[in-house]
Write a protein that binds this ligand. Sequence first.
Ligand code: GDP
Length: 363
Amino acid sequence: MDAGDAFASRILPGGPVSREAEAIENHHRRRSQITAEAYAEGVLSGDRALLGRAITLVESGAAAHQRLAEEVLERLLPHTGKAIRVGITGAPGVGKSTFIEALGGRLLGAGHRVAVLAVDPSSVLTGGSILGDKTRMEALGRDPRCFIRPSPSGGTLGGVARKTRETLLVCEAAGYDVVLVETVGVGQSEVAVRSMVDFFLLLLLPGAGDELQGIKKGIIEIADALVVNKADGENRARAEVARQEVARALHYLAPARPDWRPPVQTCSALTGEGVGEVWDVVKAFRLRAIASGVLEDERRRQSLGWLRRMVEDHLLARFHGHPAVQAILPVIEAEVARGAMAPTAALAALVRAFEGGDKEEAG
Ligand code: GDP
């Protein structure tokens, strides 16, 4: 078969592509037959297959899926909120997945059910992924009491973060009482994850002095605890020096929370030494935050923040998706760029197009 035949067989009915398309369509038809109620019941009863499918639904960008996803989330919402939500960040190679494996193992041993989610900014930029591609956390992944979900890919960081936040809620409804959200970052993804968790943990490498340089100061400021990992073998002494340096540096930063001074610890994710102590800090924080009402306040604030961001995203998408706006936007932008039109006049014209179109739509 030459190239032309190969091409024809791909586009002609019965060719591989149409069979594939048919399979995809069937798959969607099967999926769309599941009602919101069935999804919700499946998740609440701990059906892992339905949990996975519910999350795929939540992650889907298709409008029809989104409506169903909203309905599923609405049903699940009364069953959410009970987990400890912990964000974990640090440079690539610091030992995040090793740490999560060690911590997760302990938590399962203590009777918890653990969900591990990820927000991977590289999946947004390149469609690839730093966190997801390698086989990570194998032992945890095999344990039925643990649920691991890689970062949703594509779209904007805001979109990925929103899906992860919704996935977090689905996991809570499914009975996971510890949710770990891992991220690796360049700044933005940490802020996004910080706004969906109760406690934010920063892992650092031993390496005196230069330690703080690789990490953006803003990330140190939003951490609720800092842990120098790899404090084992020859690195043990260096890790302790790094810990002291970080603690000194922190001293000069205004604490993010008035009632909490982020502790700086060392641990070895590899041997497990110090990992339990890190979790003790998370537990102590949580107890205090519940007693003082800080936890509830913060979650309320986080929910409002998410709502506001979603309103902005939604309106912006409608604006840019509007045919009348699309028709005139390039021209108007060109006019503004060459100084022939004032930005205020341009705005007025765009709003007129948007709102005029809206009325037509409504009429
Ligand atoms: P991530 O990219 O932050 O998820 O880092 P990984 O968990 O994949 O770890 C990167 C490398 O560091 C791997 O070779 C790990 O075995 C190693 N590593 C992780 N934690 C420790 C630790 O506590 N001590 C030592 N010595 N090595 C570690």
